[in-house]
Design a protein around this ligand. Sequence first.
Ligand code: PHE
Length: 530
Amino acid sequence: MKNDSTTREHWGGSLGFVLAAAGSAIGLGNIWKFPYITGMNGGGAFVLVYLFCIILIGLPIMICEITLGRKTQKNPLGAFLAIAPHGTSTTRSIGSVFLLIALGLLCFGKFGLGLIFGVLAAFAFYFGWGSIGLVGVLTPFVIMSYYGTVGGWTFAYFIKGITQQLNISSTVEAQNIFNSFALNPFVAVFYQLMFTLLCGFVVWFGIKNGIELASKFLLPLLLLLLILLIMRSLTLPGAAAGVRFLLSPDFGKLTSEGVLIALGHAFFSLSLGMGAMLTYGSYLDSSKNIYIASLNIVFLDTLIALMAGLAIFPAVFAMQMNPEAGPGLVFQIMPVTFNAIGDNVGWLWSSLFFLLLFIAALTSGISLLEVCISCLIDEFHFKRHSAVFGVTLLVSIMGVLSTISVFDWEKIPWLEKIFLFLFNSTDASFFDAADNFSCNYLLPLGGLGISLFVGWVWGTRYAIDEIRKGGEQFSDVNFFTLLAGLKDDPNATRDSHSLTLGVILGIFIRFLSPICIIITFLHSIGWLKF
Ligand code: PHE
């Protein structure tokens, strides 16, 4: 296999890589979504299950993605093709199954899903295993279209905050402010475009001078803002109830649905299942320890999610707001909560909070763009700047449609008609459809594809070989020897048949992670009920 390690741009160091990858992982998922799904699923018990999912499934798949990227030094499509350049009887069989499903769906008038399965079948026939990578490159387009919309809202709210337009005392008022986007969706479109352009601006400068530099500056800033907000929130009278809500598990409130939500969210939050970590891993050189880097990324992502909970719930409880407010928790409850603190600087807390959200969204948006850009550069020989231009333009157009669709579906009648034809309904806007399709279908399927590919097609043996570079002591040392702190003891056994971290990883990748993903996926499409 050709290895472009010498010509490819690389991260300046391990820290740069970890911060950039953590920047991708830490996003709206941590600060906007995690608190509200925790609120809706019973607090502490949900948090505990989420932690299990992160460690048992998220971490192994994160290691897989980074390893595949570093080994091949390529974008997701190129990475899969580099390991398995040709279709096999297995990929052709999968393609045939997809084709049959597509035909079945078309016969029953389900044109939208039928078309999607048809495209997947064509990919499987044409690209073989490469289709997993190709889907990974297309997924960011879908995610970024609505991520940009919410990213734009955070930007708009930050501006509203500092211009003192968020001094509101009731949730009705907050709702009116939010809905005022609907009267003039061009304001929301403007902010969404600004957000996308800013992401494009960072990736324009490449890996070291763009993404790494921005992450090194933005992530510490994010941490600082979060600490400030936590201090404010925890010092409010009555804050303890919020902390208790977040940290004390009440298993009575946890449903099986909640368990599956936790697993799905682990994927979204860690940016897994779509080639983001793979792409970032492709800019890593072989001297770096993948275990340690992955552990750090997962740790930072989880820490920030928990910290966001600590910033939000104590304030929400102290101000007697409803912690189960759902997706509107952040945009409609937080400004009112901060305003209710009544120290005349509520607007400042609101501004800081939305700046925090904006930064989190920005570093994730950057990674979404970079996946597509790296594919254009590697596979289609684009220059970085033209790739950035093309991808930003395309993402902006999709984003505009998504933003308008949230408030004013009727303004884009042709898109509504296409939706009606494809899905027999216009209940969900383009925004909802992109969110639902990417989180419930594309990410779990992508994660499944990646773990099956590494575990069964590429082979854990080769993956572990790659991880050994820069992390030998971790791959081969006996797990219990490591736990006991004996890894440097020359007398500790180094028996390749013992339970090493490598062996544990292999078992996870080949069996445990795929099975868990299949269960989640079947549940999210309603074929499996508990
Ligand atoms: N991890 C990001 C978040 O938590 C979302 C994301 C998903 C970013 C996939 C990149 C890739 O918000």
